[in-house]
Design a protein around this ligand. Structure first.
Ligand SMILES: [Fe+2]
Length: 214
């Protein structure tokens, strides 16, 4: 049970999430434990998610901000790769925030398979087994897809064209045989969101042009 109540007035409702102030508090505490560029990145992901959700008929902007803010919270444990998803899930799930915890995992595995992951596999065998069964059990919803998208719209310095962030991540973490399929899925995700909001996501993100080409 992930706390998704189904739809209310056409909106997907998530109930097991902290409020905005608690989410920001978690992020600031995490920054003290592991300061780094991931913190401003997380805040830009939250802002992008909020801005897009405000225009989206099925999303709540407050929920979008919170799950965006916390998607990388597992980085509080240090410089990690695959296990930042596991650690984030565990941190939030232990506090009863199952719906925010879910995003810590789903934002990483767009194709619902661990083999798509191009960074280090720094989880134990049991943790890998848990991640595999978790993503197999979850049906991705609009919030999962929103944060996958927004994760690729935010550098630590601000918003950017998706292509810039994808190339930066490919250089940093490498690619797998699944990378092209993932990129195709992301652009399909962008198209679906833009159909729902009736315009370009880029028009909602201030400074995107300057940050992309600076
Ligand atoms: Fe991220």
């Amino acid at each position: 049970m992930f706390g998704v109540l189904g739809e209310m007035k056409g909106r997907i409702v998530l109930i097991k999430i902290p409020d905005r102030n608690t989410a920001k508090k978690f992020l600031m505490e995490a920054e003290k434990l592991n300061p780094g560029r991931w913190v401003p990145h997380s805040l830009f992901v939250a802002q992008a998610a909020e801005a897009i959700a405000k225009e989206h008929p099925e999303l709540d902007s407050e929920v979008a901000y919170v799950v965006g803010c916390l998607h990388d919270i597992g980085r509080r444990e240090g410089i990690t790769y695959m296990r930042h998803s596991f650690d984030g899930y565990r941190f939030l799930q232990q506090r009863g925030y199952d719906d925010a915890a879910r995003i810590c995992i789903t934002h990483t595995f767009w194709l619902k398979g661990l083999e798509e992951y191009s960074g280090k596999w720094d989880c134990s065998a049991d943790e890998i087994s848990f991640l595999e069964s978790y993503i197999a059990s979850v049906e991705y919803n609009e919030y999962d897809r929103l944060i996958q998208l927004c994760d690729c719209l935010a550098l630590p310095s601000g918003f950017c064209l998706l292509e810039k962030r994808l190339v930066e991540a490919a250089i940093r973490y490498g690619t797998t045989e699944h990378t092209a399929v993932k990129w195709k899925l992301l652009f399909e995700n962008k198209d679906k969101v833009e159909q729902k909001i009736g315009g370009s996501i880029y028009d909602l993100l201030p400074g995107l042009r300057e940050n992309t080409f600076s």
